[in-house]
Design a protein around this ligand. Sequence first.
Ligand code: PMP
Length: 386
Amino acid sequence: MEVPAPEILKKPLVVPHKILMGAGPATISPRILHAMSNPVLGHMNQELFQIMDEIKEGIKYVFQTKNELTLAISASAHSGMEAVMSNLLEPHDKVLIAVNGLWGSRAANMAERYGASAVKIVTSLGDNFGFEEIEDALRKERPKLLFIVQGETSTGVYQPLEGLGDICHKYNCLLAVDVVASVGAVPFLMDKWGVDAAYAGVQKALGGPPGVTIISFSSSAQKEIFRRATQSKVYYWDMKILGQQWNCYNNVRPYHHTTCSTLLVALRESLAIIAEEGLENWQKKHEQGYRRLKEGLERLGFEFFVKDENKRLITVTSVTVKDFDWMELVNYAMKRHNVEIAGGLGPTAGNILRIGVMGFNCTPQTIDRVLDVLEEALKHAKTKKA
Ligand code: PMP
């Protein structure tokens, strides 16, 4: 062999236990880890089809939707963004993108890769959008699609959505929402709010593993997908075919790709836990988790990046880093305590810390433990500030 077997692979695998309190993934529960040790099923096995049907019911519950085109994609949440753009946009279509952090900018980048023209409305970091501002842009630009993020994790901002669907539809525009970091923790009423496309990874407030994405399209969005003149540019996310594998059109289930049964089983269990606890209780738990963290951070003297509390995303709390060395804090928490705290991302890199309270970590014990670690790490990081 010109390339010998790597010696490093002959050593035992070591995966440490960490408390993941950044912007996601969050630590996952023993029940889900256990579910992931089940045997692998073939992608055409009846038992897996049954699990896929159960998953669809769970997605409909957490999204509060009756949409028939509801399924999971075998990839991380970026795939949801890609699927929205590649299915709903054709070359030269116009999409309006609300940008108040990294994720809006990334969506605009994707839309342009599919040949669409992306018009941005931008607001300052730490702020969200008022509906008047959005309506003005819809009136002026007449886009086919509006894209907006409910939980902007790069800043820790929450975007209200109730009523936005009606405004979009008045201008014959579809509404697409990224609910990756918000669904499960805050209300998301897809049908009632007139949302036409929504997606989420499950590694955040849904308590599951990364690598699988849930997505749903309204009947208007579905019509658009079937009406489009050109083929969707990406085979892997093509909802016309993928929807068949997920039995969304009451037909046969042809092979589209080899789904990862291990991740689907884990997704099923994440949704099952929420169904058992009740979505309202799950949301209440996240609200309480946020309050406990917030009070603790106030006690420790942290300053919130999002000044208006009504605009704060409860899953990811952002604080400023003026009087301490943020990297020292993050490294200290990780090296000494195996606790992951995130720095800023994209436009906030170097300017904030992000502390996530999501899923299995959303307990008073874990939050208090992390606050203790933060107190110790902050003392250390203050001494390192030049
Ligand atoms: N949207 C938002 C709001 C996110 O926070 C993230 C990930 N942090 C993504 C999309 C992309 O998710 P993934 O890394 O699972 O592809």
